[in-house]
Ligand binder design. Structure first.
Ligand SMILES: *Cc1c(COP(=O)(O)O)cnc(C)c1O
Length: 218
């Protein structure tokens, strides 16, 4: 199937209020343009350098989401244009994003990445970390970042019960955090293999790559 057909297929399966982030990492600009001409405007990348190059070359009405792990020393390369950073997993990183956003006179929207998977390899904060951050005085003084939600990745397994339970955990954490910070509205969870389970558990932003663009060759 073509990229356009894949997009239409996914769009037809998801509710309107769910934002589809087309994950274009490793894929050429021609693929991104094909999706763009089919109406897609939100794209996700996991490497800052690659995202910056694509931003430079492609139409300026694309919203670029950084979905990968962020190294603090590279935040400056995306601060002028990134529209949402999904993987904020430490206070230090958030402070650096604030600093770079300030230089650009911007407010950058961020999601707190919460660790929901059992696997050790997945990055993320605990619920307690997130509460500490949202309640701290230092956070309240950061004028150039806005925490708009949470992000999580489930364990890579065929066990749907486990994946469902992990997504449900993120939804519950979101519900618990919301009274502390009224800007929270996004729950970013679900990828090609599990976005329907994620939506059933409350996701309103899915990050889908291979089901749109095909398998990646690294
Ligand atoms: C690559 C990636 C995705 C998309 O994965 P697919 O299985 O290709 O849909 C989603 N989220 C993150 C954080 C990723 O790195």
């Amino acid at each position: 199937m073509s990229i356009k057909q894949n997009l239409q297929d996914i769009k037809s399966k998801i509710p309107e209020q769910v934002t589809l982030v087309a994950v274009s990492k490793t894929k050429p600009n021609s693929d991104i343009l094909e999706a763009y001409h089919a109406g897609q405007r939100v794209f996700g990348e996991n490497k800052i350098q690659e995202m910056a190059e694509k931003h430079e070359a492609l139409p300026k009405d694309i919203s670029w989401h950084m979905i990968g792990h962020v190294q603090r020393n590279k935040v400056k390369y995306m601060a002028s244009f990134v529209s949402l950073i999904h993987g904020v997993d430490s206070f230090k990183l958030l402070k650096e994003i604030n600093k770079q956003a300030k230089k650009e006179s911007r407010v950058i929207d961020c999601l707190l990445q919460i660790k929901i998977a059992e696997e050790d390899s997945k990055f993320g904060m605990t619920k307690a970390d997130a509460i500490n951050l949202l309640e701290s005085e230092v956070f309240k003084e950061l004028q150039n970042v806005c925490i708009t939600g949470v992000m999580g990745m489930a364990t890579f397994t065929d066990d749907e019960n486990q994946v469902s339970a992990e997504f449900n955990k993120l939804k519950t954490i979101f519900d618990d955090l919301k009274p502390l910070h009224h800007n929270l509205k996004i729950i970013s969870m679900g990828m090609s293999g599990d976005y329907e389970l994620a939506i059933n558990n409350g996701s309103n932003m899915i990050r889908v790559g291979s089901s749109i663009f095909g398998e990646r060759n690294y």
